[in-house]
Design a protein around this ligand. Sequence first.
Ligand code: FAD
Ligand code: NAD
Length: 542
Amino acid sequence: MLRKQFAGLRIPPRGLARAPFRQYSTGKPKVGIFRRTWRFIKWSAGFTVAGVIGYTGVAIYAIHNPPVQLPVPEGKRRLVILGTGWGSVSLLKSLDTSNYHVTVISPRNYFLFTPLLTSCSTGNVEHRSIMEPIRQVMRFKQAECTYVEGSATKIDPDTRSVYVSTNDDSLGNVEINVPYDLLVVGVGSEVSTYGIPGVKEYGCFMKEIEHAQKARSKIMDAVETASIPGLDEETRKRLLHTVVVGGGPTGVEFAGELHDFFEEDLRRLTPWLANDFKVTLVEALPNVLPSFSKHLINFAEKTLKDEKIEVMTKTAVKNVTESEITAVQTLPNGEKKEIVMPYGTFVWCGGNMPRTLVRELIQAIPEQKDRGARRGLLIDEYLRVVGTKDVYAIGDCAQSTYAPTAQVAGQQGSYLGSLLNHNAKAFSAQEEVNRLEKIADKEPSAPGVQEDLRSAERQLRRVGAKKPFIYSHQGSLAYVGSEKAVADLNVWGGSEISQGGQFTYLFWRSAYLSMCFSFRNKVLVAFDWLKVKIFGRDVSRE
Ligand code: FAD
Ligand code: NAD
């Protein structure tokens, strides 16, 4: 009957009607490997695009719709955080702000992604792309926090207060006193000039946004002045000579970025100056990048040489005037030779030292003085400042066995955030035990009191003790120019890989992009790189 009704349609023979689909479809042509691969690529690409669009949509929605923030409950302790750098912002990220009345104090109302600062000084990325407003960070925390734009001028551990100078544009300098129960010092370090005459007056530094902007403007000023018709050759050459002092990672990265700027843009836009651009890198030690492995030092020095950057090692700068730098070079036979370098732009990347606030705090704490704190505040394994009960220090302002890097500061910050969350829990549990102990002392036979006390004690034990801070070194990366980078990486549980070259450069870029603070920063930096690839760097002077 059925067969009659559907006569003309292809119906499988009776035996095959209930057979698995695959058996029945054996007559269809087989899908080839290329077609299957192509189908797989199409689907994967589709899913990736959909995923990226979805993620972007959610991220944009989240930026515009911050969650409702609750006020911090009464009775919580006052936590004051100094600084908005790598250490303090990592701390803020991992801290549950409903546990404390949090006040952040810093003269800078933004976080700065320092690894791309040298790129910013030549216009490879724009300065706002590597800044994240602290308000944006704080608005997304669990509970309200306060930000005060100002510099801490003095810490008094005896009265537990911080003196703050606001130096505001509208009201001028207002001095305020901020009391604390717990204090975190994350003020970083300041540029050290070692008292060398002329460095402060004539040098551009490379630590803050305004330094990168000053260097960018100074380079463009030198280029425009060198283009004045009729200028004598000696002055033109001097103006186009940039001297970078300090062969640490900052100096090397800046020299590499400058080389790219000259080669990729200025050579094209001002060809009449092309042969006069010159970069000299001066380093007091026998080689540049002393913290990297030997073969990467050799790779970096060879790359810099190929880029026609003159690297002067064993050469210490002694004096700087408006137009000349005097340095003393140690020759292979041990003799000293004085060198005078005429310059147009002088960038000082000679290292850092503790801030006055930190130096004064060291002097105010006898244990710090006695134990010889010099590079920063001595801290214990829980990052507590030695000689205090309620002051912690993180990042460059703390003296530890680790190098003063963003990596260390970031890990210390997030550890301290989780330690403070843990301590808040322990503190509440201890307070509850104390309260119940008092009741149990007064009325031991009150109904349920002994049971409640035992339960609170169990709760306190469960909170337990937190493990000390352990730093996990992920490796070091540095850009050396010409789309080449060097990397000393710690992978697979401690084995080291050291690499230099263009592949490392791609790794360097993707690593730094992924490390950018926020989704917004990542997008802006990626667009800046794309913009420079398409249109070149912007050479207009602001
Ligand atoms: P910072 O990040 O310097 O922050 C200090 C904060 O304290 C700032 O917000 C400042 O405004 C504030 N502050 C200052 N004085 C006061 C005061 N009196 N009261 C209150 N607040 C105050 N490290 C790496 O690991 N990888 C890299 O690739 C890398 N690249 C770098 C590139 C450059 C150009 C530079 C300069 C550094 C680089 N570093 C890098 C090092 C890294 O930036 C620092 O180690 C890191 O910033 C230290 O973090 P911090 O929180 O201690 O201090
Ligand atoms: P640094 O202290 O590492 O290097 C400063 C260099 O300047 C030293 O090598 C020193 O010998 C030299 N110097 C000092 N005085 C001199 C003089 N009078 N004449 C000639 N040379 C002189 O400083 P930095 O490069 O600014 O780095 C600071 C910190 O930030 C370091 O811990 C570094 O690891 C970190 N950092 C890391 C990266 C990275 O990982 N890519 C980039 C930048 C900075």
